[in-house]
Design a protein around this ligand. Structure first.
Ligand code: PMP
Ligand code: GLN
Length: 378
């Protein structure tokens, strides 16, 4: 048989995490925390297990969690999403993203994505016969050329996928960016998929510019989120999406047949925990401390950087060190220096290589200090 995805290999996150394990290297590649979730949250999940929330959750998710999500969207972005019709809990943001694309993208539809792009978007589009239209983010700050975006829209453009704070670059879209996007999309039928899994990990006092804040974006947007990122438990694979009812009606047609509903006891625990805003309001300061610790520790190294504005990733340039291709350099660092990272070229069309590596700083200070000691010798 012929492959539907001839150009897709094994995701870089698996490749680098496996290599890190084999080489016994510090793993700053795949993005996940190496510290525990809040014991209060763990206890809430355990209580849900004991209270026997062990059968199917309702198809769109446990009501306590949908209500908590609605309250959060209202509180942070002043937009109401109805828990009955406009919120669905998913198995991580990944399932939300795949299901959104599955529900709307038909063969030959065009989907605009910004590169370097998180690696689950393009394969989902291509599985459904869609065509990816990549737009390269510009320069060291990974900015968007909005004229290029305007000129990339055709009668076939079905969807645009944005991601702020942005993985892998650690940049964020400004309010002005969102207004420009809003002007471009109004009076079109283009669906916006706004991947906001790092909404609570944003630094230096910046405010997350959710699509929910902009009426002309919100009316056409699916917003995706991930509790794995927010509450330090990527292994739970818990996330959700919100969208206006007409869009969500179509989403549910697919969701009910590709998963029906997701992990019930986790939803009860996370729903109870999410009710307290303090549990997410503390995150920017928590992660900013880690970013600052890491950057201070490597400031004398030969790597150069612009501080991450959001996400728990820091991009480092090694242009002063070697001109090796980034995939080879990342593998060599793992094998010879025992530190694993993610090469950025894998997220670019044609694997364009700008000598950049991504390091995850969602780690204990002990781990970050050890990593810095290594990076300072390279
Ligand atoms: N989008 C982005 C930008 C991500 O970084 C991730 C997680 N790495 C996801 C989506 C997927 O999130 P989840 O683990 O909840 O499926
Ligand atoms: N989102 C995580 C990252 O960017 C990895 C998720 C995965 O392994 N699929 O590192």
């Amino acid at each position: 048989h012929t492959s539907k995805l001839p150009n897709v290999g094994t995701t870089i996150f698996t490749v680098m995490s496996q290599l890190a394990a084999k080489e016994n290297a510090i793993n700053l590649s795949q993005g996940f925390p190496n510290f525990p979730s809040d014991p209060v949250l763990i206890e809430m999940v355990q209580q849900a297990l004991r209270e026997n929330y062990n059968q199917y959750a309702p198809m769109p998710g446990a009501m306590i969690l949908r209500e908590a999500i609605a309250e959060k969207m209202e509180y942070l972005y002043q937009r109401s999403y109805h828990p009955d019709t406009e919120i669905v809990v998913t198995a991580g943001a990944t399932q939300a993203i795949f299901t959104i694309i599955s529900a709307f993208v038909r063969p030959n539809d065009e989907v605009i994505i910004f590169t370097p792009a998180y690696d689950c978007y393009a394969p989902a589009v291509e599985t459904h016969g869609g065509k990816v239209v990549p737009i390269q983010l510009q320069g060291k700050e990974f900015t968007v050329d909005w004229d290029e975006v305007r000129n990339s829209i055709t009668s076939k453009t079905k969807m645009m996928i944005i991601n702020t704070p942005h993985n892998p670059s650690g940049t964020v879209l400004s309010a002005d960016d969102m207004l420009q996007l809003s002007k471009i999309l109004e009076n079109t039928n283009i669906i916006l998929l706004s991947d906001e899994v790092y909404e609570h990990i944003i630094f230096d006092g910046a405010q997350h510019q959710s699509a929910a804040l902009f009426p002309k974006l919100a009316e056409r947007a699916f917003i995706t989120a991930s509790f794995g990122k927010t509450f330090h438990n990527t292994g739970w694979k818990m996330g959700y999406c919100v969208a206006p009812k007409p869009l969500m009606d179509e989403f549910k047609k697919v969701h009910q047949f590709n998963v029906f509903s997701v992990n019930h006891p986790m939803q009860i625990g996370v729903g109870t925990y999410l009710k307290n805003p303090e549990n997410y309001l503390q995150l920017p300061a928590f992660f900013q401390e880690k970013r600052d610790f890491f950057l201070e520790a490597i400031k004398a190294s030969r790597f150069t950087f612009t501080p991450s504005q959001g996400t728990y990733f820091q991009v480092l340039s090694y242009e002063n060190i070697t001109d090796e291709p980034d995939v080879e350099f990342a593998k060599r660092l793992t094998k010879e220096h025992k530190i694993a990272s993610i090469p950025l070229s894998v997220f670019n069309t044609n694997n364009e290589d700008h000598k950049l590596l991504r390091f995850c700083f969602a780690k204990t200070e002990e781990t970050l200090a050890k990593a810095a000691d290594i990076l300072n010798t390279i």
